[in-house]
Design a protein around this ligand. Sequence first.
Ligand SMILES: Cc1ncc(COP(=O)(O)O)c(C=O)c1O
Length: 279
Amino acid sequence: MSTAYLNGEYLPLDECKVSVLDRGFIFGDAIYELLPVYAKKPFYLESHLKRLYRSMQQIDIANPYNEEEWKLIINTLIEKSGLNDLYVYIQVTRGVAPRDHAFPPDTPPTVFAMIGAWPKQDSKFYREGLTAITVEDMRWGRCDIKVTSLLANVMKKQQAVENSAHEAIFIRDGNVLEGSATNVFVVKDDKVWTAPTNHMILPGISRDVVVQLMSENNIPFEETAPTEAQINSADEIWITSSTKECMPVTTLNGQAVGNGKPGPLWLQVFDLFQAAKQN
Ligand SMILES: Cc1ncc(COP(=O)(O)O)c(C=O)c1O
């Protein structure tokens, strides 16, 4: 059983216990963060910490630790894991209090963190690509905050699974926003389109990495949401996340994307992404 962290203690994961009155359990009143670790080194640590602090600030949870304390927790879990490649999951809830919607006064947050072995993708998906469906976006209006209340994402991902697809891509008012747990890039006529970072999508760190790589390598792109018509006639579709990195989608709603194979622009960005991991 791997080591986890709960409110100041390092414990085996199965010994971590929180009260049923924890607001994370009762209301989903909590935020989380997930950061990838390659060769024992967190990837884009500063960006993940910045997003973690922002998530807490956006829902009015006072950050319980300073930067050094957060880094110590992350590095201790990496060390204890004995793994080279892994992810660290962090969750902060508004703490334990009698059930009442309003914020409880003087309640310390619950801080939990655990690690997981790196979810290595089956290499056939790099050769053949993934499958996705498009779905209506029925989420709340603050998708930019990394909250644990993910019911809409969970239900749409399940719909994808029931349709033998790997991801559900949210469409709102004809605009392609993001996946249930990924950001989405659409290639059309040698140009890449991805939704801008506003309240309608999670500002993915992997999305930022891909945007940075495209801009450094003169790959034409625009941070404008692709339209439903564009994704339906896309030459390529990619999805990004901290555990998927950048993966090609080659089947959308049962139809081949482009020629049905991972495209050349995806391959270029994928190689750049792999190189960035070595830095
Ligand atoms: C809705 C959503 N969009 C995008 C992402 C990708 O974010 P990141 O690249 O930081 O993992 C995630 C990851 O959990 C997500 O849940």
